[in-house]
Design a binder for this molecule. Structure first.
Ligand SMILES: CC(C)(COP(=O)(O)OP(=O)(O)OC[C@H]1O[C@@H](n2cnc3c(N)ncnc32)[C@H](O)[C@@H]1OP(=O)(O)O)[C@@H](O)C(=O)NCCC(=O)NCCS
Length: 188
């Protein structure tokens, strides 16, 4: 089935708010990064599947850099919007905010971009509806997602070239001044 009608960004915008409970914490008392990743994946799925009207799978999560720790007792809100659609893929932008309601402190912990692909009943990628951009912000986010995709592709190509062209002598030369020691007989 072809789903050609444009859908507004607001149609699928989703927010999840969750209380950070003690079982989410690590030995240092801060919230595990994995808990936040799981919430990011969950809100991305909700937003993507609503836009697509289909089951979606996660392909990649970019820019996972936790800028500030999250504490037990804080309320974490994840705001998700469709930033970009390709043919069968979507990029969901997710802003994560942690709030200490007692002292009124609000922290921006990270912004991540999740690429998802919609799947049909046959488990193959299926076309998603195009996006209707209604604000300057939505136009900016769509173009940024296109640029991020291009940059990621060229980064991948350059890493592959570098890996294929690097020989052992060169590698050892590059390691001079690094905090490591090469002892190639060490394993024998
Ligand atoms: C993602 C997946 C559906 C791609 O399948 P595929 O047969 O390679 O499909 P295609 O080559 O037709 O690509 C489909 C779309 O995915 C995009 N895509 C594929 N690999 C990608 C990658 N590494 N990064 C970003 N987008 C990617 C393609 O650009 C294409 O987008 P478009 O239709 O908007 O142009 C497939 O690899 C998959 O099912 N992966 C597992 C996903 C999953 O289970 N996630 C949960 C993790 S446990």
């Amino acid at each position: 089935m072809q789903k050609a009608e444009h859908r507004k960004v607001t149609y699928s915008q989703t927010t999840i708010t969750e209380l950070m409970i003690p079982s989410y914490a690590n030995f240092g008392g801060k919230i595990h990064g994995g808990i936040l990743l799981s919430l990011i994946d969950k809100v991305a799925y909700a937003c993507a599947s609503k836009h697509a009207g289909a089951y979606c799978v996660t392909v990649s999560i970019d820019n996972v850099e936790f800028l500030q720790p999250v504490e037990v007792g804080e309320l974490v809100s994840l705001h998700a919007s469709v930033n970009y659609v390709g043919n069968t893929s979507l990029v969901i932008g997710i802003k994560v905010i942690a709030e200490n309601v007692k002292v009124g402190l609000v922290k921006h912990t990270n912004t991540s971009y999740v690429t998802m692909v919609a799947k049909g009943e046959d488990d193959r990628p299926t076309q998603v509806p195009p996006l209707l951009l209604e604000t300057h912000e939505e136009v900016r986010r769509f173009v940024e997602a296109m640029k991020r995709k291009e940059l990621k592709r060229s980064f991948g190509e350059r890493m592959d070239e570098m890996k294929n062209s690097l020989d052992l002598d060169q590698a050892i030369g590059i390691l001079k001044g690094e905090r490591c020691m090469v002892n190639l007989d060490g394993g024998s």
